[in-house]
Design a protein around this ligand. Structure first.
Ligand SMILES: Cc1cc2nc3c(=O)[nH]c(=O)nc-3n(C[C@H](O)[C@H](O)[C@H](O)COP(=O)(O)OP(=O)(O)OC[C@H]3O[C@@H](n4cnc5c(N)ncnc54)[C@H](O)[C@@H]3O)c2cc1C
Length: 464
């Protein structure tokens, strides 16, 4: 059937290998890191693994379709399936969101748990081989057909691996644009939108009586004067809370441990600060500014070689506040599977067809996450278009409407959970909701159930 090579053994790479396996004689994943064999210790997995990562139901379903049993594995290991929007206590510029009945969900757990179970299932497949501590240095072949990769070991040994199909899943620092240029393919259009957000994250052991805290999200209004700030607390396995605080410019959080709780307390509502003030920190504060959105429009290249597909963060990254990257990577891998179910691995046009399918999924997530960010002064390397401005303002209105309208919340959640196309946001009922949303009164207090209120325990901290 042919041979496939996957560059990168992150989530996108593992899922791409699972998608390829039924259609290839063998699949080699080349990964430059030393991939932890069993349960990774902090910092062993990925640079971003200490920050809050939620997996939207659209992504979770795509992973389950590729790796049946993944959801059950995660649940057994302590991952929480949190209903959306009812399981999230969310304060946005529209006020506190009512806890509307759930139609979708997200998976909340550490990145380590999520990745480990995916690795365990994927690498148990005898058709898939992991070559770690080995970096890809170049693509081999020509502008007409990529025929493999040139790799180097840590000891400096270099060799080539031939393949009928090469998948680039090497993440946000992918070198494919340069590697293609070396084969004579240039002019790949790129767009960068800097969120300028700095993330600071820390993991806590929840006090025993406080186990069962809801997922809490607090955000300032976009496009108001002053820095943007947000906080997110998610319950993760083994009774822990993972907390990510984020801010721009002078409102950015720092790595100082004693500044973490005060930052959380001064968000538009102090709930996260109140919770963690009474919890035991288990880690230092980890800071990251790799939060920009970048997109490489491979699908628009005038000439595309046979034998190469780019997916996951290597094709686009998104502001992490929208929680999309892993889910989009999963949807990309599923699109690869569907292409290969129709076209042979090495058939003419397979790579281009897959790349176009991947681009359609990227576009949906990209338009959601960048429409607000593109409007910040100097955020983008190209000025926002009229369409960007209209989309940004409309989504802002919809977010306000979702705080007070069950229908607006349901549709917006369906789209942000990557279970439906953003075109659904243009239904007449959504246009109406966006028009009326601002005039309805949001909730003044967080809509906690009795059980959640007991956890949050406002007794010592009366409502502001
Ligand atoms: C702060 C932060 C918070 C985030 N929060 C969320 C969230 O809540 N929800 C969500 O869905 N997403 C979130 N994301 C995005 C998510 O982390 C990524 O989208 C996801 O991990 C994409 O995976 P990937 O496999 O494409 O890339 P990566 O995870 O970067 O993996 C790429 C792999 O390729 C390897 N590699 C690179 N170059 C080479 C080479 N030349 N040769 C061999 N191997 C190579 C790397 O070592 C790495 O292992 C967040 C990101 C950040 C930064």
């Amino acid at each position: 059937m042919g041979r496939a090579v996957v560059i990168g053994g992150g989530l996108a790479g593992m899922l791409a290998a699972a998608a390829l396996a039924p259609f290839a004689d063998d699949v080699t994943i080349v990964e430059q890191r030393d991939v932890p064999a069993t349960h990774p210790t902090p910092g062993e997995n990925l640079p971003q693994d200490r920050h809050v990562h939620v997996l939207m139901s659209g992504g979770a379903k795509a992973i389950e379709a590729l790796l049946p049993g993944a959801l059950e594995h995660w649940a057994e290991a302590g991952a929480a399936k949190i209903p959306l929007p009812s399981g999230v206590v969310s304060y946005t510029p529209g006020g506190w969101h009512r806890q509307w009945p759930a139609a979708h969900y997200l998976i909340a757990c550490s990145r380590d748990l999520l990745d480990q179970h995916v690795r365990d299932i994927v690498l148990a497949d005898p058709r898939i081989r992991l070559l770690d501590k080995t970096g890809v240095r170049a693509l081999t072949g020509s502008a007409q057909r990529v025929t493999g990769v040139r790799v180097a070991s840590r000891e400096g040994l270099e060799w080539c691996i031939d393949a009928d199909l090469v998948i680039d899943a090497s993440g946000r620092d992918s070198n494919t644009v340069n590697w293609l240029a070396a084969l004579g393919i240039t002019g790949i259009r790129e767009r960068h939108i800097a969120s300028t957000l700095v993330y600071a994250s820390r993991t806590y052991q929840a006090p025993a009586r406080n186990n069962g805290a809801p997922l809490v999200q607090i955000a300032t209004a976009p496009h108001t004067p002053g820095p943007r700030q947000t906080g997110t607390l998610i319950p993760i396995e083994r009774g822990r809370w993972q907390v990510s605080l984020a801010g721009t410019g002078s409102g950015a959080p720092s790595e100082a441990k004693d500044a973490f709780v005060p930052f959380a307390l001064q968000l538009p509502h102090p709930m996260i600060g109140q919770l963690i003030a009474r919890a035991a920190p288990l880690t230092d504060v980890q800071v990251s500014d790799a939060t920009g959105s970048s997109r490489r429009y491979f699908e628009d290249a005038r000439h595309w070689p046979e034998g190469l597909v780019v997916l996951g963060d290597a094709t686009a990254t998104y502001n992490p506040l929208y929680g999309q990257g892993m889910s989009v990577a999963a949807l990309h891998a599923r699109a690869l599977f569907h292409t290969l179910a129709r076209m042979q691995l090495h058939a003419p046009g397979t790579a281009r067809t897959a790349q176009k399918a991947i681009a359609r999924l990227t576009e949906a997530a990209w338009s959601l996450s960048t429409s607000q960010d593109a409007l910040y002064p100097h955020a983008a390397n190209a000025a926002p278009s009229l369409a960007d401005r209209a989309k940004g303002r409309y989504l802002n209105r919809l977010s306000q409407a979702a705080a007070t309208s069950a229908q607006a919340a349901a549709t917006l959640t369906q789209v942000t959970a990557l279970e439906a196309s953003p075109a659904r946001l243009l239904k007449p009922s959504m246009l109406l909701a966006a028009g009326l949303g601002r005039w309805r009164r949001p909730l003044a207090y967080p809509p906690l159930t009795d059980a959640q209120r007991a956890v949050v325990n406002f007794a010592d901290h009366p409502e502001p």
